[in-house]
Design a protein around this ligand. Structure first.
Ligand code: IPD
Length: 262
């Protein structure tokens, strides 16, 4: 585990937001049978968790700014530090009572993510990483998987969905990649996908059309777990471009070659 003052602040905030989400998730499970569904209730849960994070982090570091999924950007007196927050990544899963979602919190210094915490309150799995200090799940050090061949790899991806993304392009990527890997998965929570690559569960992950809060914490986790991260042109503009591909050096490189060919 990393016991720096920064990590203590981040972990406390994320756990508190996670407690709020888990209470609301219990309620969502009860609301599934209603015709209208729990949509409004879920956006309230999302906003509530974000407010908790913002309050806790402001108390601890009053001068830092924010980039938040729900409330947008807030400038701080300290122009070089910003929290990047997704209070509920995997909103659609949450809404449908699927217990696969997380809180994702990163700290960026001069635009570069340097610390990340991702928390799944259902499984109580806490993924943490700080630049130069390694990556951990709960108290255990984690590393990306060592498999060298795509044929042995379980690869995770994101899918275009209603009103978002290029379906034809994904179709080509699927047709190129699926026959060459051991398995292709889609969970519905990009932040957790990245944490699971860091933990060696998935060998690789790629997705287009993401927002900074979906990726920032996971980027630190994958790098600190010994993995490689790039955008889909092989550069490091993931946050600006919204696309990402991660894995160990060989698997990421070989998967990127397939994505580029598709
Ligand atoms: C979504 C999830 C999903 C990804 C979507 C994101 P949200 O985030 O990360 O896996 O495919 O593009 O928007 O909306 O649940 O915070």
């Amino acid at each position: 585990m990393i016991r720096t003052p920064l990590m203590t602040v981040m972990v406390q905030a994320v756990r508190k937001a996670g407690r709020s989400l888990i209470r609301d998730f219990g309620e969502v499970e009860n609301l599934q049978v209603s015709l209208k569904g729990p949509a409004n209730f879920v956006s309230n849960a999302d906003r509530k968790a974000e407010r908790i994070l913002q309050d806790e982090l402001t108390k601890a570091r009053p001068s830092y700014g924010f980039i938040m999924e729900e409330s947008g950007e807030v400038d701080g007196a300290d122009e070089s530090h910003r929290w990047i927050i997704d209070p509920l990544d995997g909103t659609t899963n949450f809404l449908h009572g699927i217990p696969l979602f997380c809180v994702s919190l990163a700290l960026a210094r001069d635009g570069v993510p340097v610390a990340g915490v991702i928390y799944n309150p259902v499984t109580d799995e806490l993924f943490v990483a700080e630049k130069g200090a390694g990556a951990f799940m709960n108290d255990r050090r984690i590393r990306v998987a060592a498999r060298r061949n795509l044929a042995d790899a379980v690869v995770c991806c994101g899918l275009p969905h209603m009103g978002r993304g290029d379906f034809a392009q994904f179709g080509r990527e699927y047709a190129t990649i699926a026959p060459k890997v051991a398995g292709l998965r889609r969970t519905g929570t990009a932040a957790l996908d990245l944490a699971w690559v860091a933990a060696g569960r998935f060998d690789a992950f790629w997705e287009r059309g993401l927002s900074p809060w979906d990726m920032a914490a996971g980027i630190v986790l994958v790098r600190e777990a010994g993995g490689y991260v790039s955008d889909l042109d092989g550069g490091d503009k993931m946050l600006a471009k919204g696309d990402i591909i991660v894995g160990n050096d060989t698997v990421r490189r070989d998967l990127l070659a397939l994505v580029s060919k598709a």
